[in-house]
Design a protein around this ligand. Structure first.
Ligand code: NA7
Length: 542
């Protein structure tokens, strides 16, 4: 028996009762614990990893780095925290972000309510009691009034079902589960499958470490130089002196990101003017080219101008014209997640790097000693899977979540995720999802997105407590209208036109639905309006 269980009056085991179970101790779970504990609630956090940090704990691959400026990719809830933490680079590396998560946990004494190496495996709603029974892979059971799923948007790893994988005798790793002790690659023949933003960060470093590197690319991606630099102390000081004003552009633009959105329309600019703007943003570094014009995501011609500008840069950089062409994407810019890199395209000029185009010749099999594609066998000492995640829904669906009448979340979402505001699900009372599908999540700066969600949930719990309400659930009408609205907004843009993980296209058989909500400020306004109207769209009961 664990300390989360006790003997009931009849000698049976009864689950420990808490107010809230939080699944996940990444940035969402940490802040949820801080806020909800601050309300006097008893909170139990379970974390599958052996440390806190979520995404930034698991993604330890070489080159892992955030492509949102570090000063903006940080919590805003505590002035003291803002003051006492200094970032060392414009874009923080994974170790530094993890260190920041540790600092937050120590500073606010969070660890005592977090149980590590414990995965939530099921959450079942008991309608009679109005409580959730949560079970873990350690066999523990706890009963909670609320469940807060802080399970992350990009945490359920995708390793494609390549034939023969089990007979491979070399070492293989998914970038999202990189060994903590690192991997010795010197002199080795390394293969990496994938060319998304993870691979684009890892490839330049792997190429330096490995004897030979083979990149197996199915779809090329647009990438822009990050131009990362050590943090300028004056810049950091100025930002901190008026932190809310510094953060403002990161939350007020459509994406809540440092795209530095331009109000100007590309359609009314000449080709020369457009190129000037693209060039200026390319030189500044980061993802700014994507925000070059207000119509870049809706006007195909403007988008194509940006695409051709970046293709021009790839052709200038990569010496071998055939390799350069293979690296030029033919999708609209931004339609798949845009990437920021350090020496990505330059890496293809190294003599130890080979680009293998597998668009028309998929990986046929993994053999004992390597990989076969296009009729050729590649001997490899190590295979790196940079093959992404079952984005947005994967981490939720691998938990056996059952709501009212025993309905499984997996059944409810068989045709794609359905939520109200990406916060609540009809049929699943008192269960909240942080940055869930239907919320801006991956199309916004994650940390402000998390803070906004946690604050909304905490305020909702206060509202319920003050009125003696014990149950909150999205109504079917509000949920259906929201799902339709999320898709209507996306359909006005280029987003649904390509096979991205935003639409679930990276996972065979996953329903094709655009999952994130586009427009962080509009979303925040909607959440506020829902509250102002007495939690409109939710049914509240005592
Ligand atoms: P992504 O962006 O999903 O990239 C995964 C890559 O793996 C991508 O290039 C895929 O090609 C490729 N892939 C996936 N399955 C296969 C198979 N079966 N064969 C060959 N290639 C395959 O994941 P990342 O980890 O790079 O980035 C995820 C997010 O994490 C990132 O956007 C940040 O927000 C943080 P495809 O494009 O599907 O043809």
């Amino acid at each position: 028996m664990t300390d989360t269980q006790k003997i009931g009056r009849n000698g049976d085991r009864t689950a420990r009762e808490v107010d809230v179970v939080v699944a996940g101790a990444g940035f969402g779970g940490l802040y949820a614990l801080y806020r909800l504990r601050g309300l006097g609630l008893e909170v139990q956090v379970y974390e599958a990893g052996s440390d806190i940090g979520g995404t930034w704990y698991w993604n330890r691959y070489p080159g892992a780095r955030c492509d949102v400026e570090s000063l903006a990719y940080s919590y805003a809830f505590s002035r003291e925290l803002e003051e006492d933490w200094d970032w060392s680079e414009r874009y923080a590396s994974q170790p530094e972000i993890l260190e920041y998560a540790h600092h937050v946990a120590e500073r606010f004494d969070l660890r005592r309510d977090i149980q590590l190496e414990t995965r939530v495996v099921s959450a079942v709603y008991d309608e009679a009691r109005g409580r959730w029974t949560v079970r873990t892979d350690r066999g523990e059971e706890v009963s909670a009034q609320f469940c807060v799923m802080a399970t992350g948007c990009l945490s359920a790893r995708n390793i494609p079902d390549f034939p023969g994988l089990d007979r491979y005798s070399g070492r293989c790793f998914h970038t999202g589960d990189w060994p903590e002790e690192g991997v010795e690659l010197e002199g080795r023949r390394v293969g990496i499958i994938g060319s998304g933003s993870t691979a684009i960060q890892a490839i330049p470093i792997l190429a330096e470490q490995a004897g030979e590197l083979f990149v197996f690319q199915r779809t090329p991606n647009f990438s822009m130089p990050a131009r990362n630099t050590p943090m300028d102390p004056d810049y950091q000081k100025r930002a901190k002196a008026s932190y809310p004003a510094f953060r403002e552009p990161f939350v007020s633009g459509m994406f809540g990101l440092d795209f530095h959105p331009n109000d100007r329309l590309g359609a009314s600019a000449s080709p020369e003017e457009r190129n000037e703007v693209f060039e200026e943003r390319w030189r500044a570094g980061g993802l700014g080219v994507v925000g070059a014009f207000a119509d870049l995501f809706v006007d195909e011609e403007v988008n194509e101008a940006a695409a051709e500008f970046i293709r021009g840069k790839i052709r200038e950089t990569v010496h071998d014209p055939e390799v350069a062409e293979l690296l030029c994407p033919d999708t609209p810019v931004g339609c798949k997640r845009p990437c920021a890199d350090t020496n990505y395209f330059e890496t293809y000029n190294r003599p130890n790097v080979t680009l293998v185009d597998i668009r028309n010749a998929p990986v046929e099999e993994i053999t004992e000693t390597g990989l076969r594609t296009g009729g050729r066998h590649y001997e490899l000492d190590c295979i790196v899977f940079a093959t992404g995640f079952a984005a947005m829904t994967g981490a939720l669906l691998r938990i056996d979540i059952r709501g009212r009448d025993g309905v499984k979340l997996a059944e409810k979402w068989a045709e794609g995720p359905k939520t109200y505001l990406g916060l609540g699900v009809e049929g699943f009372p008192n269960l909240f999802t942080i940055t869930g599908p239907g919320s801006p999540s991956v199309l916004a700066n994650m940390i402000p997105g998390i803070e906004q969600h946690v604050n909304w949930i905490a305020d909702c719990m206060v509202y319920m407590r003050e009125r003696g309400l014990r149950r909150i659930e999205a109504t079917p009408e509000a949920e259906a209208a929201w799902v339709e609205h999320v898709n209507q907004i996306a359909d006005r843009t280029i987003y649904p036109t390509c096979n991205s993980w935003y639409v679930g296209a990276n996972i065979p058989g996953k329903p094709r639905v655009f999952m994130p909500y586009l427009g962080f400020p509009r979303y925040v306004a909607k959440c506020e309006q829902v509250v102002a109207n007495g939690y409109e769209g939710f049914r509240l009961e005592s």
